[in-house]
Design a protein around this ligand. Structure first.
Ligand code: DGT
Ligand code: CA
Ligand code: CA
Ligand code: ZN
Length: 573
């Protein structure tokens, strides 16, 4: 069994949690968490580094101790230190750390005094009022734990970015309408355009006497008020989403926006630079001694620490601080750079609009081309096309193109990658097309090495262009199939193939980390909506957001190019 970076990261995070409950040294705990993050975001395999006898200590946050532990994990598949900890501490206790207000010491007391080792047992003890009598707890703590348990149950799932967007837009518009509100913006993971969002964090600047806090609590969609005060209120919406609203002074707005946009890791890295320059930085501003030297705008705050403005999508401490300091931040893609869409279905298979309707909808969006990519025969449920049907469809498209003005339909296919890595249609018909999108729609549960080999083998077919929805995941619903994505992207680089960023809000596939890797390896990306209706074409903006999180510039993307340019690129090799 090969060891993947994610395996190593999981072990380190688990050690961090267990040490936390033991009440171990916080610096030691931090070291494990940092190590986990370094390893999980690395674009190379630590197992290969160990095999190649490379020095792991060269990696940020990896010292002698962690390097030795990584080697043990890679060589033996397990870690004796973790096994020892797991013998000492029951597994379910780690879950209890999610209750805010329950620190490691209290968790330890719940375990030793009441034998509680899981959230379910904790709920049981709360309902029997057993917690209040424990030394150091009391009735108030018990009530707080009950509230926390309810909150956890309600927010067990993070919401998809598209859902967050549906909720956030009207709420933001509502707040901006309120009398006396001068500025309002949504910060947090939503502003960073993360693929899922935990809660919404809103900032407002208002003139004194503005009723913004009261009106916020009155918003139609509010289910219950969690807390309220003159400068900070929290509500739960009917959808179960929590929204925090904070009012800040105009002189602090930029500092607060930066702070509450996060990520936490980005904030910490910015603060580290500030400290080096003898500055203090917090959500109120940047201070030299007692004097505020910035805070009104984000640009001003960054400037004080010697950095240009960093787009929110990059703020994950994944190299953006270093890039900003050297003035080589990427010139991120925008929706206006997109000249067409390369993945769409029509009524010929499982779409809801005809060829002409889709073409006109694409033209309306300012596109120069729309790629029609019906399913191939293996997807019987979608009425996938066989070779003869595809030829007839090609002729239909040719005929329509003669009449259409201001838009070209490209002749593509979404052809299945079969279990053995062959494509679902013969080469002679595929060669009549402008390009292909090749996708996995079956046998999701193949073992990792076979799934990886299947896709890489498909790339050897000279008709292969774009790997469709490469991981197959559906956000919050279906995990990715087990493949070595790094190896797949490397294969695409070597063979002159392309990766899709499927912009459908349930997919967003590739993810941000793999997009960044594709860019670094020079593999161009098609950002495609996989539209099954004219409305579906609107998902492009989610793809743009995800692409920006992956550091993509216009040049990294296929469909920022005109069709004549694209045609040349599709001549592989
Ligand atoms: P979410 O809501 O889980 O999707 O993720 P965020 O990033 O929106 O996180 P949230 O809502 O807990 O906090 C909003 C931002 O506030 C976060 O991105 C960074 C900032 N923040 C929160 N707690 C801390 C902290 O302890 N230290 C620092 N430096 N920043 C924090
Ligand atoms: Ca948040
Ligand atoms: Ca929050
Ligand atoms: Zn598909």
């Amino acid at each position: 069994m090969p060891i993947h970076n994610a395996d190593v990261a999981e072990i380190f995070n688990r050690i961090g949690d267990l040490l936390d409950i033991k009440g171990d040294n916080p610096f030691r705990i931090r070291a494990y968490r940092d190590g986990a993050r370094t390893v999980s975001e690395l674009s190379r395999s630590v197992a290969e580094m160990v095999e190649g006898e490379e020095d792991l200590k060269a990696l940020p946050g990896i010292g002698k101790d962690l390097a030795a532990k990584i080697e043990e994990i890679v060589r033996t598949g397990s870690l004796s230190f973790l096994e020892k900890l797991e013998e000492e501490i029951p597994a379910g206790l780690v879950e209890l750390l999610r209750i805010s207000g329950l620190g490691p010491r209290k968790i330890n007391a719940l375990y030793t005094k009441l034998g509680i080792t899981s959230l379910a047992q904790l709920r049981e003890a709360v309902s029997r009022q057993k917690i209040r009598d424990l030394e150091g707890f009391g009735e108030k703590t018990e009530q707080n734990i009950r509230k926390e348990l309810d909150r956890l149950a309600a927010s067990a799932r993070r919401i998809k970015l598209s859902t967050a967007d549906e909720i956030a837009r009207p709420l933001l518009a509502y707040l901006r309408e309120i009398k006396g509100v001068r500025l309002a913006e949504i910060a947090g993971s939503y502003r960073r355009r993360m693929e899922t969002v935990g809660d919404l964090d809103i900032l407002v600047v208002h003139v004194s006497g503005s009723p913004v806090m009261e009106r916020f609590l009155d918003y139609d969609d509010v289910q219950s008020v969690v807390s309220h005060g003159p400068t900070r209120s929290s509500v739960l919406l009917k959808s179960g989403v929590q929204v925090d609203l904070r009012a800040v002074g105009a002189e602090s707005y930029g500092a607060a926006l930066l702070y509450f946009t996060g990520s936490k890791a980005h904030n910490i890295a910015v603060r580290r630079i500030a400290v080096k320059n003898d500055l203090k930085i917090n959500e109120y501003g940047v201070f030299k001694g007692k004097k505020r030297v910035a805070g009104r705008t984000e640009e001003g705050v960054y400037k004080q620490v010697g950095l240009p403005f960093i787009p929110p999508e990059l703020r994950e401490d994944r190299g953006e601080i270093e890039a900003a300091a050297q003035d080589r931040l990427p010139n991120l893609l925008t929706l206006g750079d997109i000249r067409g869409d390369l993945h769409a279905h029509t009524t010929r298979t499982d779409g809801h609009a005809g060829l002409e309707e889709m073409a006109l909808a694409a033209r309306e969006r300012g596109y120069e081309y729309l790629g029609i990519t019906e399913h191939s025969r293996h997807v019987t449920v979608a009425g996938g096309l066989d070779a003869d049907e595809l030829r007839a469809h090609i002729r239909d498209i040719d005929r329509l193109n003669e009449q259409l003005e201001g838009i070209i339909l490209l002749k593509g296919i979404e052809v299945d990658i079969l279990e053995d890595g062959s494509l679902d249609l013969p080469g002679d018909v595929l060669r009549e097309l402008d390009y292909t999108v090749c996708s996995v729609h079956s046998r999701f549960n193949l073992a990792r090495d076979r799934q990886t080999a299947r896709i890489i083998r498909a790339m050897d077919n000279p008709c292969f262009h774009i790997l469709g929805h490469p991981s197959g995941r559906l956000i919050n619903e279906r995990p990715p199939y087990d493949i070595d994505m790094e190896q797949v992207i490397r294969a695409a680089a070597a063979k002159g193939c392309f990766m899709e960023l499927n912009a459908h809000p349930d997919r967003l596939d590739l993810n941000d980390i793999h997009l960044k890797l594709a860019r670094e390896l020079g593999v161009k990306v098609a950002i495609s909506t996989d539209a099954h209706s004219t409305e579906g074409l609107n998902s492009m903006r989610f793809g743009i957001w995800q692409a920006r999180r992956g550091w993509l510039e216009p040049g990294d993307v296929l469909n920022t190019r005109s069709w004549p340019e694209l045609k040349k690129i599709f001549r592989r090799g």
